[in-house]
Design a binder for this molecule. Structure first.
Ligand code: ZN
Length: 214
C-alpha cells in the first residue's frame, strides 16, 4: 500500500481487492531502522475496517517487540519483524503467536539467508527484501534470485512450511523469474499503483504465479 494514493485510500483498497489481490502489504517505517517514515497503527486500523483481505504488516522499525501487540490489535493477520532489528527474534515470534497472529521474519539484501536456519520452523512467513528497505520505487537486486533459491533449500532442510515472500522492485517484467526461483508471495507497490491500469497489473502478476503453480 506504500505506493497508494493516501488521499483516496478507501477507493484504492477496494480497487486492489476487486482486482484479485490476495492480501494487503503494509510497510511501517520509523525513520530509525530505515531512513524513511511511512505510517503507523491508525492507518493499519483504518485499512482493516475497509476490507476483509488479510493485512500483511511489515515492520521496518527498530525494537518491533514494543509494537507487535498494538499492530495485532489494529487488525494485522501477519506481523513480520526484521531479523536485523531484534535481539531476541525467537521471543518476538512467540509473542506474535500468543496474539493469535501469524509471524514472519524479514531479511535485508545483505543479511545471509543461513541466519534463518533455527527460526525457520517457527514462523509462517519469510520475507526477503529484494531492495534495501526504506523507499518505494527501487530497482530489483538481481542477486535476490539466488537468495530465494537458497531459502527454498533451507526450508526443505529444516522441514519448515513458511511461505516465501519477496518484496521490492517486483513487477510484471520480473515476476515470473522470481516465482520460478521459489517465491510464493509477491509484494508489488509501484508496479500496481503507478500502472496505467492497476487491475491489469495485478492480473499479470497473478498470471506469473499461476504459470509456475499450474
Ligand atoms: Zn514490505
Amino acid at each position: 500500500m506504500l505506493a497508494a494514493d493516501f488521499g483516496r485510500l478507501a477507493e484504492q483498497v477496494q480497487m486492489v481487492a476487486r482486482a484479485g489481490a490476495d492480501l494487503l502489504h503494509l510497510d511501517i517505517m520509523d525513520g530509525r531502522f530505515v531512513p524513511n517514515i511511512s505510517f503507523g497503527q491508525d492507518v493499519v486500523r483504518a485499512v482493516s475496517e475497509m476490507t476483509d483481505l488479510p493485512l500483511d504488516v511489515h515492520l521496518m522499525i527498530a525494537e518491533p517487540e514494543r509494537y507487535v501487540e498494538e499492530f495485532a490489535r489494529c487488525g494485522a493477520s501477519i506481523i513480520t519483524v526484521h531479523i536485523e532489528a531484534v535481539t531476541h527474534v525467537h521471543r518476538v515470534v512467540q509473542t506474535i503467536h500468543q496474539l493469535k497472529v501469524d509471524a514472519g521474519v524479514a531479511l535485508c539484501p545483505g543479511t545471509p539467508v543461513s541466519l534463518l536456519e533455527d527460526i525457520l520452523p517457527e514462523v509462517e512467513l519469510v520475507l526477503l527484501m529484494s531492495v534495501n528497505p526504506g523507499f518505494g520505487g527501487q530497482a530489483f537486486i538481481p542477486a535476490s534470485l539466488g537468495r530465494i533459491q537458497r531459502l527454498v533449500d533451507l526450508r526443505e532442510r529444516t522441514g519448515s512450511k513458511a511461505f516465501i515472500e519477496v518484496d521490492g522492485g517486483i513487477g510484471p517484467d520480473n515476476a515470473q523469474e522470481v516465482v520460478k526461483a521459489g517465491a510464493q508471495i509477491l509484494v508489488a507497490g509501484t508496479a500496481v499503483f503507478r500502472a496505467p491500469d492497476p487491475a491489469s497489473a495485478i492480473l499479470s502478476l497473478k498470471k506469473a504465479h499461476e504459470l509456475r503453480h499450474a
